[in-house]
Design a protein around this ligand. Structure first.
Ligand SMILES: Cc1ncc(COP(=O)(O)O)c(C=O)c1O
Length: 433
């Protein structure tokens, strides 16, 4: 007998096939994949061009150490630098997932300061609502209580500041409130001790597609510059078109120092993540002779070939533009349907990263008791009705239902998603456990 997953999960479904935005279970039920798995699938399931590219790469070169080049790695590096990465971000370190990439970015920030003689800069500033991964270091960085359970006593402590959360901002002037909070957090530790500030441009599943106020990222840029703190943008979820632009930070005018992005990089066809940086960050590390060590399976040749093809298809079929327009449509439909729903505090998001925040009382913003597991039960009700949503929230603070469908999702499928979401909220609220 096998135990898969390791400990029992709320639900584990046997999926036998998938195409476009649809999953098919072992007993033939069709499920609309309104979350693209864990907000990963972008060009849709079952693309044979990608399958062929991975097949060919496996035949070309099965495996060589990550620093060496292969046809798939060449193709990915060209695609990234010519079409995707911000100007000047030419230094590429490919991992096999998002957590590894965030951790690599943290190490690069530490090495950067070490190379410049700043050995006191050892702290990484993070935010109150965030998710950065599953390794010990990245779990420690994450402002996500439920994913830290049983580990709190052993995780490294990180200084933290407030994630902009406009719905519940305690001050009438959020710009001032969150700027002051960031400054105060830096002062508490001492800017001379902080190597990097790590943050998601649009907060993913921990906070549910939270969009900061307009001036936030410009403030972050200025404050980081003032204190010689590197700004690491964690775009594992938002990168490669998910929010309707290549990267989430591009909705604002400020540019980070290190960019991390995974998930959509290979669209679910292969496990892959990456860190990208300009020469001014890489050069001191290189000059100091520091190693940027690889994971054995980082930049796996077949995964790189698959990712190069996924990125090419995203461009050729104008799917980032489609994520923007379909996301607008989904957001508008959700707002129209749920704007006065008694249990929906807010609909928010950009592009095809959308979320709702569920509350017991919309006027007071009182959450449901945690033991009711309301968002989890909404996800369960939706599955019965043929739609997969991604539950979120930190457990104590709020209940989130996230949406991140493939960019090829149809209008009819989105209409079904909205119908099923409303019916599932009502069903979950009507039948408390
Ligand atoms: C913003 C963000 N960072 C990091 C990670 C960790 O990535 P992975 O699960 O690929 O290790 C995730 C995963 O959900 C994420 O959303």
């Amino acid at each position: 007998m096998s135990h898969w997953p390791f400990v029992p999960a709320a639900r584990s479904i046997d999926i036998r096939s998938a195409h476009g935005s649809v999953l098919v279970t072992a007993d033939g039920q069709e499920i609309i994949d309104a979350a693209g798995g864990a907000i990963v699938v972008n060009i849709g399931h079952g693309n044979t061009e990608v399958a062929d590219a991975i097949n060919q790469a496996t035949r070309d070169v099965t495996y060589v150490v990550p620093p060496w080049l292969t046809p798939g790695r060449h193709a990915l590096a060209d695609e990234l630098t010519q079409h995707w990465l911000p100007d000047g971000f030419e230094h590429i370190h490919i991992t096999s997932g998002g957590s590894e990439a965030v951790e690599a970015a943290v190490k690069l920030a530490l090495q950067y300061h070490s190379a410049r003689g700043n050995l006191e800069k050892t702290q990484i500033l993070t935010r109150s609502l965030s998710y950065h991964g599953t390794t010990v270091a990245t779990t420690g960085l994450s402002g996500h209580a439920s994913r830290k359970r049983g580990l709190e006593h052993a995780l490294p402590g990180n200084p933290s500041c407030a994630t902009p959360y406009l719905l519940r901002c305690p001050d009438a002037d959020p710009a001032r409130y969150y700027r002051d909070d960031l400054l105060a957090s830096i002062e508490r530790v001492g800017g001379h001790r902080i190597a990097a500030f790590v943050a998601e441009p649009i907060t993913g599943s921990s906070g549910g597609a939270q969009i900061p106020h307009d001036s936030y990222w410009a403030d972050v840029r200025a404050i980081c510059d003032e204190h010689d703190i590197l700004w690491i943008a964690d775009e594992v979820m938002t990168g490669f078109g998910r929010t309707g632009k290549n990267f989430g930070f591009q909705h604002w005018s400020a540019t980070p120092d290190l960019l991390v992005a995974g998930k959509g990089l290979a669209g679910g066809y292969a496990p892959l993540g990456g860190v990208y940086a300009p020469n001014r960050i890489a050069q001191p590390i290189s000059d100091a002779g520091f190693a940027v060590m690889f994971h054995t399976f980082g930049a796996h040749p077949a995964a790189c070939a698959g990712a190069a093809k996924v990125l090419e298809i995203l461009r050729r079929d104008k799917l980032v533009e489609r994520a923007a327009t379909m996301g607008e449509r989904l957001g508008a439909a959700l707002r129209a349907r749920l704007h006065d729903h008694p249990n929906v505090a807010e609909v928010r998001g950009r592009g095809l990263l959308q979320a709702i925040e569920v509350v017991a009382d919309r006027s007071s913003l009182e959450p449901f008791p945690i033991e009711q597991g309301i968002s989890n039960r909404i996800v369960g009700e939706a599955l019965k009705r043929g739609v997969f949503f991604y539950g979120g929230g930190t457990g104590d603070v709020r209940d989130i239902v996230c949406m991140g469908p493939p960019f090829v999702v149809s209008e009819i499928q989105l209409d079904t998603v909205v119908d099923v979401l409303e019916a599932s909220i009502d069903a979950a609220v009507a039948s408390p456990p």
